[in-house]
Write a protein that binds this ligand. Structure first.
Ligand SMILES: [Zn+2]
Length: 247
């Protein structure tokens, strides 16, 4: 019953061997995954490869590459009934400078309002900007939120979790004391499994695959001192409920 709520099957590393990636995911016990489009063309590909049995699409754009975001915006409005989430969208203060960050904020706010008006979850990228992203989301009073691969402080995460925000845990938890701390303070009720494949592998610089959500689940099990099965079951139900996936 493993789930991967955030990956990029349309990234070249995975797309070129897509049938093998899907096969190995199913063999590893994955029930379904959500692939995130990044930018207009990639979003179209995400829609194209989605089968609504195993692969579900989420449409967004990288905050550090916002060219053509208006097209992504209208695509989301048009395809509302074919997608399970808006995202990933968000803030990335790790790259760029102040001028770009202002644009990032403006666009992020538009996507937050869009997700809110469509009543659909929003998957949030918040690299080096966790605090700002959470403040903005709270201000706009959205509650169907997934903070993906959150790299901010545990205290901010807790504040957001109180409002029902979900946190998806990537396999890079194996090499990230910050993510291990985060899992320790959060409740299983607020957790999901993600791979973010092809990036965030358990081993730095290796290509990541959806099947590695197993590594996330193993770490959560160890840190929370609950069985692996319970982690898998709980995160599965959290995902089904949040995305309203019919199983
Ligand atoms: Zn991603």
């Amino acid at each position: 019953m493993l789930t991967d709520v955030h990956c990029h099957l349309t990234a070249p590393e995975l797309l070129q061997c897509l049938s093998e990636v899907i096969k190995s995911s199913i063999e590893s016990g994955l029930r379904f995954l959500v692939t995130s489009g990044l930018g207009y063309e990639d979003c179209l590909r995400a829609l194209e490869i989605s089968d609504y049995k195993f692969i579900y699409p989420s449409l967004g754009i990288a905050p550090y590459d916002l060219e053509g975001y208006e097209e992504v915006f209208s695509l989301i409005e048009r395809e509302r009934d074919r997608i399970v989430a808006v995202g990933e969208v968000g803030l990335d203060f790790w790259r760029g400078g102040r001028g770009e960050w202002d644009l990032q904020r403006k666009v992020f706010e538009e996507f937050i309002e869009l997700a809110k008006s469509l009543d659909i979850p929003i998957v949030v990228h918040s690299r080096s900007a966790g605090k700002y992203a959470i403040e903005m989301l709270l201000k706009h009073q959205v509650n169907r939120v997934i903070m993906h691969a959150f790299d901010g402080r545990a205290s901010y995460a807790l504040k957001a979790a109180e409002r029902g925000f979900m946190f998806s845990v990537p396999p890079s938890i194996a090499r990230s004391p910050q993510k291990q701390r985060l899992v320790k303070v959060l409740s299983l009720d607020n957790m999901l499994l993600e791979s973010d494949a092809p990036v965030l592998a358990p081993i730095l610089n290796e290509v990541n695959y959806p099947k590695n959500v197993k590594v996330s689940a193993e770490w959560i099990s160890r840190l929370k001192e609950v069985s692996f099965e319970k982690v898998v079951e709980r995160t599965y139900h959290n995902a089904v409920e949040l995305f309203e996936i019919r199983v």
